[in-house]
Design a protein around this ligand. Structure first.
Ligand code: ADP
Ligand code: MG
Length: 363
């Protein structure tokens, strides 16, 4: 209970994209190799995310969508070692709260059959029945915001939901190239189901560069390269439970942990064509595979650092236009105790201990 209160602050689902992000993260946490997203009526009729992961254990099911139920974290101190996307146990509960109903079909490798659960708005199981299905989990969020008219109206006005969802899938596909992602969109017209243009598949790929070729074409891929760089190992004082010892409590000083920062990056070649690098000027920044925003703190300075260095090179290569952001993908790998991702419920803001060391490393 105290763990619950200390992590809590409540998750807000304001759009279809938020639901997809949470469900896709759950599917990746479940070690899936295939994740299929289906939007009916731009996601407002239903959002379905189907995976082939490990499924939900029988013992976890009664409470799977209850608030703060997570199978990924046992005590508060574990926050220092979580490697899964989820640990707050809020997403399924929040999704239930803002849908007409939510259905979960799940089957582990030990289950003879799959079970379909229908959940009410509080996350309690209303109904369950057996059905045939392959191993994995499917979550269906039916009639999003049917009980929140204002949010539903705002969502109905969005014309870019499909595109945004595709961009979310691209972001995760780049961090997990071995997973196959697909997006299917349908809508109903005169009670007939029609397929919408723009169905999209990213097949399973061997590595990030192959994923980039498939997603953005070989033109860009020829002008960037994958590189890995690690800092020297440093010993950092930590307290007994693995927390970084910010106060330098003298009684804990002999408790140290290795601190290594590894960068896995795809950056422009020095002789890249500036036009191509700027045309595809997307930034993908991750901390241990988790997409993070670039409008705050160290991740922000990191992007502007790469931007200014590359613009200098571009000018030498004949670029006369204004400075622009080049294509960049940077996955910062560091020990989980060396940063805090629990700043925002969406977990896309990272606070770094020793942030200056990170900036130095990138530099
Ligand atoms: P969290 O991801 O923070 O644990 P969620 O509300 O997203 O919280 O999910 C609650 C729990 O339901 C998870 O801890 C996990 O046990 C289970 N779960 C949800 N989605 C899946 C899935 N696709 N495959 C396997 N288990 C899942
Ligand atoms: Mg989750």
């Amino acid at each position: 209970d105290t763990t619950v209160r200390r992590i809590s602050s409540g998750q807000v689902i304001t759009k279809v994209e938020d639901v997809v992000k949470e469900l896709v993260e759950n599917s990746i946490d479940a070690e899936s190799t295939s994740i299929e997203v289906k939007l009916v009526g731009d996601g407002l009729t239903s959002i379905t995310v189907k995976d082939n992961g490990v499924g939900i254990q029988e013992c976890d099911r009664p409470a799977m969508a209850m608030r703060y139920h997570t199978s990924k974290l046992y005590k508060f101190e574990d926050l220092n070692i979580v490697e899964t996307y989820g640990f707050r146990g809020e997403a399924l509960n929040s999704i239930c709260a803002v849908t007409e109903s939510t259905q979960i079909i799940t089957k582990t490798e030990n289950d003879p059959v799959a079970t379909l659960y229908t959940l009410d708005r509080s996350g309690k199981i209303l109904d369950e029945k057996s059905m045939g299905s392959s191993p994995g989990t499917t979550v269906i969020a039916v009639k999003l915001f049917s009980n929140i008219p204002v949010r539903r109206q705002v969502a109905q006005k969005s014309t870019s939901t499909g595109k945004n969802v595709q961009n979310i899938l691209i972001t995760y596909a780049l961090a997990h190239p071995h997973i196959r992602f697909s997006l299917k969109q349908t809508y109903e017209n005169n009670s007939k189901i029609k397929f919408k243009e723009g169905d999209w598949i990213q097949p399973a790929m061997k590595n990030t560069m192959d994923a980039i070729i498939k997603l953005f074409g070989s033109e860009l891929a020829n002008d960037v390269q994958f590189c890995v760089w690690s800092s020297d190992a440093e010993l950092i004082g930590t307290s007994e439970n693995g927390n970084v010892d910010d106060d330098n409590n003298s009684n804990n000083l002999n408790n140290t942990q290795q601190f290594i920062i590894t960068l896995e990056a795809v950056l422009p070649n020095p002789d890249a064509d500036p036009y191509i690098i700027f045309k595809n000027g997307k930034t993908f920044i991750y901390v241990n595979n988790r997409p993070v925003t670039t409008n705050r703190g160290e991740t922000k300075s990191l992007v502007s650092m790469v931007k200014s260095v590359y613009n200098e090179i571009a000018r030498q290569n004949g670029w006369k236009g204004n400075p622009k952001t080049p294509f960049m993908l940077i996955n910062i790998k560091l020990p989980t105790w060396a940063y805090d991702i629990n700043v925002e419920p969406s977990k896309n803001v990272a606070l770094f201990h020793y942030g200056e060391r990170l900036v130095e490393t990138v530099s």
